[in-house]
Design a protein around this ligand. Structure first.
Ligand SMILES: Cc1cc2nc3c(=O)[nH]c(=O)nc-3n(C[C@H](O)[C@H](O)[C@H](O)COP(=O)(O)OP(=O)(O)OC[C@H]3O[C@@H](n4cnc5c(N)ncnc54)[C@H](O)[C@@H]3O)c2cc1C
Length: 382
């Protein structure tokens, strides 16, 4: 439970945490803090938490989801048991034993996270964009802990001079009805430097007839995501899936591809996409972001209750997840430099090395570190 810290003149002060952004990560942090008895306010510029949530996909490992701390069942759309990866003229299939990932409806997930935060006692204020002046004023009061959970293009990070993120992925995704989905339990990943430079295109089945199609291009490239998307849907296998389908909605968005070099300065913290706590391989940010939000909650509670420095957040999350995020960045660094011939060669090589089977058996969508560990333990026990 929360206990008040001792103020400068020996009196007890009650600190307040102000979170900018009611995305999944800000709301997770708010719920954790409120559960521990802290005073917490979340400000969100949009009028509803689900308003823009559909701009992202909802693929999560079953294992990662079990740790996000809410009952996500109402958001469940589909189950996944593998992926088909295409690159150049080759393709590669990963088949897992049983369900290893879920597709969730991101709008419902956002609503569930908001309900959870409010139920635990957090104050969530919608339709209020916090300006630069208001941010400076909030941080000026040392009884406030200010958290930037304000997404990839974090205003909090730029106002307080946090180190910049150099590379982003620009995305465009659309949803289709009456699509010819094929295997409804497999996602499709399409690598081609001609269509999606330094990232990839994807198809995510929601059901037997509902499909998401999306593409991402690096901010380093000269492409824009909309024209990459138009080129991607002309690709034969994607074109066949959506030939007679109806496009219902489309969104452009952005994903950070790098962790920020610093995520705490004085009484200001960054978490989630604002901190770049995202897997650079796929752009997935919910599992690591929510895990880091829980660490932020612990560091904030220890600051409020025992006066421990907020800087501990930085050390704590980097020692838990820094290596995994660096490994994701290394893998992205490798594939982002391949041309179509290089992708074909890489897939042939991966098949020769038996990686299809290996990934089906030991693959972990979130943690390369854990995947290696499992592999070595199994090898030792065989
Ligand atoms: C196309 C795409 C596909 C993705 N697919 C997956 C996936 O399958 N699995 C996965 O795990 N992750 C995925 N991600 C990443 C995931 O969506 C993000 O990591 C996650 O949404 C980040 O959450 P967040 O709370 O940090 O930021 P956000 O969700 O961006 O929330 C930030 C919030 O802050 C608000 N805000 C900003 N500035 C202010 C201000 N000044 N005042 C008040 N409010 C403000 C914004 O309105 C916004 O609601 C995908 C992303 C994209 C773009």
């Amino acid at each position: 439970m929360w206990s008040p810290g001792l103020g400068p003149k020996g009196c007890f002060v009650r600190k307040k945490t102000v979170i900018i952004g009611a995305g999944v990560i800000g709301l997770t942090l708010a719920a954790e803090l409120a559960k521990s008895g802290a005073e917490v306010e979340v400000y969100e510029s949009r009028v509803s938490v689900s308003q823009n949530a559909g701009r992202a996909s909802g693929i999560f490992s079953t294992e990662g989801l079990s740790r996000i701390g809410i009952d996500y069942a109402p958001a469940l759309q589909n189950t996944l048991n593998g992926a088909v990866i295409s690159g150049g003229k080759q393709s590669f299939a990963i088949e897992t034993k049983g369900t290893k990932a879920f597709v969730l409806d991101r709008r419902i997930l956002a609503e569930l996270c908001a309900e959870n935060a409010i139920k635990n006692g957090a104050k969530v204020i919608l339709g209020k964009r916090i300006s630069r002046e208001e941010l400076l004023e909030l941080a000026h009061d040392k009884n406030n802990i200010l958290v930037g959970a304000d997404g990839a293009v974090s205003n909090v990070a730029s106002v307080f001079g946090f180190p910049k993120i150099d590379e982003y992925v620009l995305t465009y995704k659309a949803e289709y009805e009456n699509a010819r989905v094929g295997d409804i339990h497999k996602v499709g990943l399409f690598f081609s430097n001609k269509i999606a430079q330094r990232f990839f295109g994807w198809t995510v089945p929601y059901s037997g007839s509902k499909l998401e199609v999306g593409v991402g291009v690096s901010s380093y490239s000269r492409q824009n995501s909309m024209s990459a998307f138009n080129a991607f849907i002309k690709n034969r296998s994607v074109g066949d899936m959506i030939k007679d389908a109806k496009r219902t909605i489309g969104y452009a968005s952005i994903i950070p591809l790098q962790v920020r070099k610093k995520t705490v300065m004085n009484n200001v913290l960054l978490v989630g996409d604002a901190a770049g706590q995202v897997k650079a391989t796929t752009g997935g940010g919910i599992i690591f972001g929510t895990a880091c939000a829980r660490i932020a909650a612990k560091a904030i509670m220890e600051n409020i209750g025992a006066g421990k420095p907020l800087e501990r957040y930085e050390k704590m999350w980097r020692s838990a997840y820094g290596l995994d995020l660096r490994l994701h960045k290394m893998v992205h660094g490798y594939y982002s430099n391949l041309n179509d011939r290089g992708f074909s060669m890489a897939i042939i090589g991966a098949k020769l090395l038996g990686l299809e089977k290996f990934l089906g058996k030991y693959g972990d969508m979130d943690s390369p570190k854990l995947m290696m560990k499992r592999f070595f333990l199994r090898s030792l026990s065989n």
